[in-house]
Design a protein. Structure first.
Length: 263
């Protein structure tokens, strides 16, 4: 069998996700490349065959995609159009379809403990989502800590399964940082940014609208510093991940410097 590569895994995952009707009716599912990279570095140096490694990674990514797709389901509104209603129904079906795909992949793995790991992770993720959206937090820090757990729960559970929990703190901080950067981009471009809604209007913590960007940028900056320190002490088999994050950090520092000089 040919070598295991991220590009090859991503291409196979994209092929698995192809469905002619869904492709025409709803947006193509997004593959979280950061989670894919972490999973790849987690599994790559285990003693399993390349085929089994690939199936572990793809199965876990299908779980993530199914969870993300169900998050896209909108709430019912009284005066909604038929097209909006149809889109919601198709999104639900798509999430169920992707769920069916990972159950199929799990059956091929023939690994009962991995089935339990993923089932447990899904349960915990759904519980954390309920807390994030409906609990009241005493501070922004408390909300961010809850979000950090949510963003990384699937990864940390899989890491535990493979006895690779040394990656946990790094994964938690990295995935939180990337989520905040993504949400900030949505907010700035006037697109729906659920986390910013929670920070300004929701039960998370009411930040003044004109303060939400500086607040989130400060959190991102602090976590980038933490990540740079954590990356330096990662075990050697995480070198690919370490290089990726350190390059990202260097680019962020340079971009900040340019903005400050221009300002």
């Amino acid at each position: 069998m040919s070598g295991l590569t991220i590009k090859g895994i991503q291409e196979e995952l994209e092929n698995i996700l192809q469905h002619s009707y869904l492709k025409k009716s709803i947006p193509k599912p997004v593959i979280d490349k950061d989670k894919l990279l972490i999973l790849y570095t987690l599994v790559k140096n285990t003693s399993y065959s390349n085929l089994k490694k690939k199936n572990y990674i793809i199965t876990t990514m299908l779980v993530q995609i199914a969870l993300d797709t169900h998050d896209l389901v909108t709430e019912n509104t009284k005066d909604e159009s038929e097209s909006i209603k149809e889109n919601r129904q198709l999104t639900v079906l798509a999430g169920d379809y992707y769920s069916g795909l990972y159950y199929y992949m799990l059956a091929k793995l023939d690994d009962i403990s991995m089935i339990h790991t993923l089932a447990s992770a899904i349960k915990e993720i759904n519980e954390l989502k309920m807390e994030i959206y409906y609990d009241t937090y005493e501070s922004v820090t408390a909300f961010i800590e809850a979000l950090k757990k949510l963003e990384s729960k699937l990864i940390t559970r899989v890491a535990e399964h493979f006895n690779r929990s040394s990656i946990d703190e790094f994964a938690q901080n990295w995935l939180l940082t990337k989520r905040l950067i993504h949400e900030k981009g949505l907010f700035i471009s006037n697109q729906q940014a659920p986390l910013f809604d929670l920070l300004t209007d929701g039960p998370a913590h009411n930040i003044k609208y004109n303060q939400v960007i500086p607040t989130v940028e400060s959190i991102i900056g602090n976590h980038l510093l933490i990540l740079d320190e954590l990356a330096q002490v990662l075990p050697t088999h995480y070198q690919l991940l370490k290089n990726y994050v350190q390059n990202f950090y260097a680019d962020s520092v340079n971009q900040t410097r340019i903005v400050m000089e221009e300002g």
